[in-house]
Design a protein around this ligand. Structure first.
Ligand code: ATP
Length: 319
């Protein structure tokens, strides 16, 4: 019976001397999900992923992949998982076609290299040496190698770092294809846009702790600022709207901004604008992205940490 929870982490801690690089995290990744692990440098992402890959031993807590212990059951897991490490490297003189044939042989998994090369968009470089591939092409080869054994779950640690936008999108396409086939993808990335468009769910980790977990929409909704409707208009419009609307209205430069919380509010605001008779130009709506929310959440936690270290309590709270 396939396990529905492909990854299960409970109370996971990894200490390096006094540093708790992973400080008690719990998470579950379900079969077929694209799950992104986000966090600033040094937050504990790679440490966690490498525990899941069986490369590091946890100090406390448990980690299961496909119901197996990544260290004790590593031989079985290797056959069912795929991995691209951060900054993937390979033998300089080998070509992508040879590399795939070599890996397929290692796994005892007959695989037509051309099918994989096509899947990752590397057909044209099939016979070029690894040393002559661009950064993006190397990453694509890494992805092809990780797919040699038709893995049920694939761990991608920053697979698009340093790639140009086109190469990045090519990797996104491969991830989408994998997802459509039911492969579970565990991704770490510093590109929040990437996480937002690709992921079913994301976890934000900071100082080894998960500070937010959910779908990108849930996280934006929960931690983001309210959506704003902006009109290029004189401040007189704001004065009139404040009288006719029960919504927060402010003036920012040559823009009048109205906070909206429901989609019906858009119509209410535009009707009030029309009724005011004040001339206006260009209307836009803006809402926080996952990146906006990430920056504020991580910044807020850093401030809270600095206050705690300085021994000062946050405003409005008991010390
Ligand atoms: P990045 O986004 O920069 O890749 P990360 O979130 O993947 O960061 P980790 O590589 O997991 O972060 O590192 C978490 C913390 O653990 C960092 O402070 C790092 O310096 C420390 N660390 C990682 N590996 C070791 C090690 N082998 N020995 C000591 N400290 C380590």
């Amino acid at each position: 019976m396939p396990t529905e929870n492909v990854v299960e982490v409970r109370g996971l801690v990894k200490s390096y001397g006094p540093l708790r690089a992973v400080d008690g995290i719990d998470l579950t990744v379900r079969r077929g999900e694209v799950f992104s692990f986000l966090g600033p440098n040094g937050a504990g992402k790679t440490t966690t992923v490498e525990i899941l890959e069986g490369l590091r031993e946890p100090t406390e807590g448990s980690a299961r992949v496909l119901g197996l212990d990544p260290r004790a059951d590593s031989a079985r897991l290797i056959r069912r998982t795929g991995v691209i490490p951060q900054d993937f490297r390979f033998f300089e003189k080998i070509t992508p076609r040879e590399a795939i044939a070599f890996y397929a042989g290692l796994f005892g998994h007959p695989k037509d290299p051309d099918v994989l090369l096509r899947q990752v968009g590397l057909e044209e470089k099939a016979n070029d040496r690894f040393e002559n591939l661009s950064g993006g092409q190397k990453q694509k080869l890494g992805l092809a190698l990780a797919l040699v054994n038709d893995p049920e779950v694939i761990f991608l640690d920053e697979p698009t770092t340093g790639l140009d936008p086109q190469a990045r999108r090519a990797i996104w396409e491969v991830i989408r294809t994998l997802r459509a086939r039911g492969t579970t993808v565990f991704l770490t990335t510093h590109y929040l846009e990437e996480a937002q468009v690709l992921s079913d769910r994301v976890a934000i980790i900071q100082h080894g702790r998960i500070i937010a977990l959910g779908t990108p929409e849930e996280i934006i909704h929960r931690y983001g600022r309210p959506e704003v409707l902006q009109l290029e208009a004189p401040p007189a419009l704001a004065t009139l709207l404040r009288k006719s609307l029960a919504l927060p209205v402010r003036v920012e430069g040559d823009q009048v901004e109205v906070e909206i919380s429901r989609k019906e509010d858009v119509l209410t605001v535009l009707t009030a604008v029309q009724a005011s008779g004040v001339p206006w130009q260009r209307v836009t709506t803006t809402r926080d992205t996952l990146e906006d929310v990430f920056i504020r959440l991580v910044g807020k936690m850093d401030e809270a940490g600095a206050r705690a270290e300085a021994g000062t309590a946050p405003e409005g709270r008991d010390p």
